[in-house]
Design a protein around this ligand. Sequence first.
Ligand code: PMP
Ligand code: GLU
Length: 431
Amino acid sequence: MVVSLAALASRQKSYCSQEEAAGAAVMESSSLHLARRMAALEPSATLAMAARAGAMKAAGLDVVDLSVGEPDFPTPEHICRAAEEAIRAGFTKYTPAAGIPALRKAVAEDYTRRTGLAVTPAQVVVSNGAKHALHNVFTAVLDEGDEVVVPAPFWVSYAELVKLAGGRPVLIETSIEDNFKLRPEALRAALTPRTRMLLVCSPSNPTGVVYRPDELAALADVALEADLAVVADEIYDQLVFDGRTSPSFPTLRPGLESRTVVVAGVSKTYSMTGWRIGWTIAPEPLSKAIGNLQSQETSNPSSIGQHAAVAALTGPQECVTAMRDAFQKRRDLVAGRLRSMPGVRLPDIGGAFYAFFDISPALERSRSAGFGSSLQWCAGLLERQQVALVAGSAFGAEGHVRMSFAASDDDLNRGLDRIAAFLADPAASRT
Ligand code: PMP
Ligand code: GLU
């Protein structure tokens, strides 16, 4: 089923603060009025919730923040050291816009080593995080009105970035019974003469679901038949649990390499969210275009961050395994406890660090108390129990909420205790 974007936008609007709304009104009356493209732009719900939880913490409240998705571990020591050495060695100036040769080479070699697919450094463009890499691809590839198929639940920024580039996100609902996986027949049914691109994210943010290779291959067949471009967001590709594999999309069928852009980065794998280094791996002519775009828009990503990322990719990889194992243990803790809560349902979490769970029976019960939508429920949970989650409506899946389990066991247990208390009695407050 295709989800209405207008309905989604009106639900997300409530993430705007009153100050933002007042600011927008002032802008409307001046010659600095906002461009039409801004009217449709929603703020990032994940970052908005994290900011709200942060402000409450700063005011002295005991908030358990399970909203934003970022590893809670420090960036590994050898990576930090490489950054310090880069500063001292004078790598503090502009670099080539598409990234330093050493990093483009390290990305290409790391990808080839892990996937078996030969790619060259010229196919890699290093950007200011994977979010910027996605923005680059959409801007470089989409024409006005081109449709991009996005399976819902989807990560909050996809629809907005597509719209900013002039494209039209076509959101396809998936069901928890299918583990929130897009089926090839649903993809086929959504195709129109304007369909230009398919976006796939596995392991998925927000659901943590990992597609099996045959499931991805079935989507690849449709992409090949319908001549679609594919953006494969593989930023969580190394955070997979239970010995699963998460194959890179272009490896699934011959002919995919020339139509797929892989997006990834160091943010999640190496706990480097603040360093802002991500990349695209694309056919060479598109890479060149993305590099040109970036040279006009942002120039190079941070020179120091790039040197740190070289150390991340070429240095010891035990830190990746250790963090992945810790996330798997937390997945066990969180999934086990959530499944024991009456009325809560969640899919099979195979990777990343999110639990995306269905609370629709609880929403029904607490409608009269004013907590009938996922957004109201999350606001109530934050106010009464001081736990920050993100409403499912922001991800195109009302009736659900997302919890990040990139937090300590202690925080997870405290958060889960409070979630259980709120599910049992939304009227009760901790204080
Ligand atoms: N894609 C997905 C699925 C994500 O969860 C994130 C998290 N921010 C990004 C892209 C962007 O990553 P980065 O922080 O490197 O911009
Ligand atoms: N991707 C993370 C999340 O979903 C970080 C926040 C963001 O970039 O939106 O929480």
